[in-house]
Each structure stands twice: as structure tokens, then as C-alpha cells.
Design a protein around this ligand. Structure first.
Ligand code: GTP
Ligand code: MN
Ligand code: MN
Length: 593
């Protein structure tokens, strides 16, 4: 027996599940690490990992007085965002992946990935990371194991998921788990792929250490693989925040909202009510800021959990004014990735607006505003959800929370009003399917280009969008008590290019109207695109809106919407005969008006 196989068999003591041990042994034989570490999620383990990363420069300590136990990580400058052009869904039939995904035959995908993984962990430690997505005792939760050679990934997974011994115990009990294999490789963009094998519940990711590419529990498992699982098991895995709105009477309604990356999910999830609302007793509770798994309960309502345990939030623009709860969450025990630092080593980013100035930029060079921003536009913080002042204990509830409203939204400078309500579930599915948004820095590529991003799932749906919409439509059966569906646009601009809606905390005014609609109390005007509030249907006390603002935020422009519906029709047709007829009928019914 050679040294490697001894190492592997010694580590097999880590699990009582032969299928897991076998897979770990196979991966070790392929990647040839120097050693294998089964992660237990203990504090001692986390401290040892941090010490190791501090020693090798992966983590730089930040000012311990202002930001205790917090760290800066500088990623490779070519590795700062998700890479959609290098992300594949490998299903046996190409049509099952759909025009919305890059596809490769599973055998080809494995061959290509295994060639990259061959020997890639020589000289490195291989970490075996068992994790649970969702409260550990929740029937809605699902488990996975990520194998990685990146201690930074292990540290982030430790914050973002329920990681370690308890997850392993559940995996041993259930016998099934998602297999995620990850290596940073050489961080070479030409040797980088993120591949998903949904039929095998397997992920292989090589060449990137960036969150969405490397923390496999998050986008790869909780969205791409889970959406596929959810289709066959009758539930939904969505790119949605979940929040609770408590009114002055103490009643709480839960809302799930899908906005594309960097379009305001984390902000809305942590909303602080504006002054008049706060004093009247309104509260907003955070359940999740990025991912929502939901399924019908015995009473026919949709019940939702946040599969994550932490926030991987966009740093730039986060300030005491825009998102005080996020700012309070990240004062300690936080990993900052690709932000700038001040002279006294505090983290800094554009829009922090705390009177300090950066001296070093995210690449570790002297800050020069003419050269590049101090923080990368997609720089992030990783922090436990428990540190958020508005975090709800209901987020730990195994049964999840009942959803009263589903909200879709995008970044639309023109056309789309502040809010409207879909007539019924089928119309709501069309509203989600037709979502468009201007692209952001969260993925590589041009910024500010309008693209269709149905339900904010364009980068994340692990199967054919046509089948995904059919799956959504299928929830409308006799037994269901479905939530109302809405669409919002916080990003409507004036002719001068300024945002017309104040946004942030004031978005509660729009949420209040939605809950009023759910309860049958709030007014609305019927239009071909759905029910729009009149200006007087929203509580706008303390909000200054220009006449242009009122027109554009609450108006419906028939001619412009006709053009939009023509383009939505063309989009649905790209999916051919697989696109559900009910959705095409709905589009045509509205297009004729
Ligand atoms: P991912 O975490 O990448 O999925 O994105 P996210 O949807 O959580 O995005 P996030 O909340 O971090 O959005 C960040 C961007 O949206 C920043 O540029 C914010 O300033 C902007 N933003 C959020 N809410 C509002 C709002 O109500 N109005 C305006 N104008 N901008 C907003
Ligand atoms: Mn996201
Ligand atoms: Mn976010």
C-alpha cells in the first residue's frame, strides 16, 4: 500500500457512509492531495484554518479594534465574479438543459473536468466539507458534500451553510447528498469551468475561487441542482429573498422576492421602515437575502425556508443610510473580499460614506481614483445571518414560513412602473417569465444591457426554462392557496437619468400596498398589464414626487407596452413547442389589448 492510499483509508474513518467514503477515495486518487481533512465545523477547526490563511497571506487581518475577527481576502484580479459563459449544465438530452443553459454531454463534461482535476491537489490539503442547506432538522433542507483545496472556500462555507458534524450525521442517516468537487487549480481563466450534472446530483468546478463559482452550496447546489430536484419532487428553488412584514397590530406577512444579481435583494431583505412607519410599530424581519426553497404545506399555502446560514452580500453602496442592518451585521466576524482599506486598516468601499478615505485598493495597490475604484464593484462580505439585527428566529423554523406574496423585479430605467399586481397565478408566471433587467457587475460582461432574466433565474435554472415555467404553472391546482404575484421596479429613471423613486426604506410603502391587496383592503386600477395602484393608493407621507415621477411610476404607456409584449412573445418562441401553451396564450391575450 503506498502512502496516498494509506492516507485515504485513514480518512475513511470520517464517515459511516460507504458511498461517501468511496467518492472521497476516488477524488483523492484523481487529484492526489498531500493530505485529507474532514471538516467538523468546530471553532477549533475554524481558528486553525484562519491561522493558516493568515500565515500564507490568503487572509489579511483588518483593524481589530473597529472590526474584531474580520479579514480581507484579495482574489486573483481575473477571478472576481460568476462566469456564465464557462458554466454548463450536463444533461443526457440537450433539450433538458434548454436554450437558457450552455450544455455538454455528461461523458464529455466529466472527461474535460477530470483532465483538469488530474493531480491538481498535489502539495495541497483536500478538505471534505459536509453541509446542510436549510435548518438541520427541516424536511425542506437538503445536504451536500463539497471537496475543495481552498481553505478560503471552507471558511466561507462555514459561514454560509450549516457545515460540519451535524450535516454529516444527517447525510449518513439519509444516504443521499449532492457531490461537489472544487479546485482553484491555477486560477487560470482559460482553465476554468463550472459544470453541473443534475441527473447525478454532481457539481464539478475548476479554476475559480469566487463565491458563486466556488462555494458550491450556494448557486451550484441551492439553485442549479436544487431547481432540477425541485421539479421532480414538487417544490421550488428560487433566487429570492424572504422577509417578514410585521404591522402595528402584530400580524406578520412573509414575502419572497426575485430580483437579478445586484438589483436589491439584500437591501430589501434588511429594510428599515421609514420614520413614520417605525414610530407606528412596523417591523421588517429578515429570513433570507438570496435563495428561497418553498413547497406547498398541508393547508395548500407555500412554505419557504432560506437554505443559507449567512449573507454573501455586495459591499459597494452599503452604508449606514442605504442598509444600516447590513452595516451593523459586518462589524465583526466577517470576511471581506476585494474591498479597499483605509490607512488604519478598516475596510472601505464606494458608497460607504462614513467620512473615511481609502489608501489601498482591492488589488493591494495605492488607491488612485483615476486608475480604478478602491473596491471592486462586485466586492462582497461574508457574514453569519445571526449577526443581522433584523434576523428572524423564524428563519430557523423547520417548517418554514407561509408566503403571502411573490414579487418579481428588475432594473428598468424606462417603461416599467413602480409596482403592479398580476391578475392570477398564470398571469403571475408570465410576469416572472417576462422579467427583464439591465446587467450588473455581479457577472463578467457588459454592464447596463437589458436582457431577459426570467424570475432572476437566467444564470441559475438547472433545466429548460420552458419546463421550469410549466412547473410553476403546475402549482395552480385545486388544493393550492397560492400567494399573490407582484412586479416592482425601484430603478425607473427620469428623462434626466435620475432615479424617480427614493427606494430602500421607502420600499416598505409598496410592500404595505401589496399586503393591503392580499387582505382585500387596498385599491388599484385595472390595466392590460395588471392592477396598478393609483398614486393615492400608496402611503406617500413624507415622499416628494415630481409630476414626471408620478406619471412614470404610476402610469401605463399602452404603445410602449405593446412593443414590450411583442418582444416577450419573441422570447417565449425561442423555446419552441416545449413552451407551455397556457403561457403563450396569456402573452397573446395581453398583447392584443
Ligand atoms: P446578489 O447578492 O448578487 O444576488 O444581488 P442582490 O439582489 O442582493 O443585490 P443588492 O441588494 O446587493 O443590490 C445592490 C445594488 O442595488 C446597489 O447598487 C444598491 O444601491 C441598489 N439598490 C438596492 N435597493 C435599491 C433601491 O431601492 N433603489 C435604488 N435606486 N437602488 C437600490
Ligand atoms: Mn444572488
Ligand atoms: Mn445579495
Amino acid at each position: 500500500m503506498n502512502a496516498l492510499s494509506q492516507d485515504v483509508s485513514a480518512s475513511a474513518a470520517g464517515s459511516r457512509l460507504p458511498a461517501l467514503n468511496d467518492w472521497v477515495a476516488q477524488v483523492a486518487a484523481l487529484t492526489r492531495p498531500d493530505s485529507i481533512r474532514w471538516c467538523d465545523g468546530s471553532d477549533a477547526e475554524s481558528e486553525a484554518l484562519v491561522a493558516k490563511m493568515q500565515a500564507d497571506g490568503t487572509l489579511l487581518p483588518l483593524n481589530a479594534d473597529t472590526h474584531p475577527n474580520s479579514w480581507l481576502h484579495r482574489s486573483h484580479p481575473d477571478d472576481v465574479a460568476r462566469v456564465e459563459h464557462l458554466t454548463f449544465v450536463c444533461t443526457s438530452e440537450q433539450d433538458d438543459a434548454g436554450p437558457n443553459n450552455h450544455w455538454m454531454a455528461p461523458a464529455d463534461g466529466h472527461a474535460q473536468m477530470d483532465a483538469l482535476f488530474d493531480g491538481c491537489m498535489q502539495g495541497r490539503t483536500m478538505y471534505v466539507v459536509p453541509y446542510c442547506m436549510g435548518p438541520i432538522d427541516s424536511p425542506l433542507a437538503r445536504c451536500g458534500v463539497e471537496i475543495t483545496d481552498s481553505p478560503y472556500v471552507v471558511a466561507n462555507m462555514g459561514i454560509m451553510t450549516r457545515m460540519g458534524a451535524q450535516a454529516l450525521a444527517r447525510i449518513e442517516r439519509e444516504g443521499t447528498f449532492v457531490k461537489g468537487l472544487h479546485s482553484i487549480g491555477e486560477l487560470d481563466p482559460n482553465r476554468r469551468y463550472i459544470m453541473h450534472f443534475p441527473e447525478e446530483l454532481t457539481i464539478k468546478s475548476f479554476g475559480s475561487g469566487y463565491g458563486g463559482n466556488a462555494l458550491l452550496g450556494k448557486k451550484c447546489h441551492a439553485l442549479r441542482i436544487a431547481s432540477h430536484q425541485a421539479k421532480s419532487e414538487g417544490w421550488l428553488a428560487e433566487h429570492m429573498l424572504i422577509l417578514g412584514i410585521e404591522n402595528p397590530q402584530g400580524e406578520t406577512h412573509y414575502v419572497a422576492a426575485a430580483f437579478p444579481s445586484a438589483c436589491g435583494k439584500t437591501n430589501l431583505a434588511m429594510l428599515i421602515p421609514p420614520e413614520g412607519y417605525r414610530s407606528a410599530g412596523w417591523k421588517v424581519w429578515t429570513i433570507g437575502d438570496d435563495i428561497c426553497w418553498m413547497r406547498p404545506g398541508a393547508d395548500g399555502r407555500l412554505y419557504a425556508i432560506n437554505p443559507e446560514a449567512g449573507f454573501f452580500g455586495v459591499a459597494p453602496g452599503t452604508s449606514a443610510k442605504s442598509n444600516p442592518n447590513a452595516l451593523k451585521s459586518i462589524q465583526r466576524n466577517t470576511i471581506f473580499t476585494n474591498v479597499g482599506v483605509t490607512a488604519d486598516n478598516q475596510p472601505w468601499w464606494e458608497g460607504l460614506d462614513n467620512g473615511q478615505v481609502p489608501v489601498t485598493d482591492w488589488r493591494g495597490e495605492a488607491y488612485d481614483a483615476a486608475k480604478r475604484p478602491a473596491a471592486h464593484p462586485n466586492s462582497r462580505f461574508t457574514v453569519s445571518a445571526k449577526q443581522c439585527p433584523s434576523y428572524s428566529e423564524k428563519a430557523e423554523d423547520a417548517q418554514g414560513v407561509p408566503i403571502s406574496a411573490i414579487v418579481f423585479g428588475g432594473r428598468r430605467a424606462s417603461l416599467v412602473p413602480l409596482v403592479f399586481e398580476a391578475r392570477d397565478w398564470t398571469h403571475g408566471v408570465l410576469v416572472g417569465a417576462a422579467m427583464g433587467s439591465e446587467t450588473t457587475a455581479a457577472a463578467t460582461g457588459a454592464v447596463g444591457v437589458m436582457r431577459r432574466d426570467p424570475m432572476a433565474m437566467k444564470p441559475f435554472c438547472g433545466y429548460n426554462f420552458a419546463d421550469y415555467f410549466s412547473h410553476w404553472l403546475s402549482f395552480d391546482n385545486g388544493a393550492a392557496q397560492l400567494p399573490k404575484v407582484f412586479h416592482v421596479n425601484w430603478f425607473r429613471k427620469s428623462d434626466e437619468g435620475k432615479f424617480l423613486w427614493p427606494g430602500f426604506g421607502d420600499n416598505l410603502r409598496v410592500l404595505e400596498w401589496m399586503i393591503g391587496r392580499v387582505k382585500g383592503e387596498a385599491g388599484a386600477v385595472e390595466t392590460p398589464i395588471g392592477h396598478l395602484p393609483a398614486v393615492t393608493d400608496l402611503n406617500l407621507d413624507g415622499v416628494e414626487l415630481s409630476d414626471e415621477g408620478k406619471d412614470k411610476l404610476f402610469g401605463f404607456d399602452q404603445g410602449a407596452w405593446q412593443a414590450e409584449f411583442a418582444s416577450i412573445g419573441e422570447y417565449l418562441d425561442e423555446y419552441g413547442p416545449r413552451m407551455p401553451q397556457a403561457l403563450k396564450d396569456e402573452q397573446q391575450r395581453i398583447a392584443r389589448l
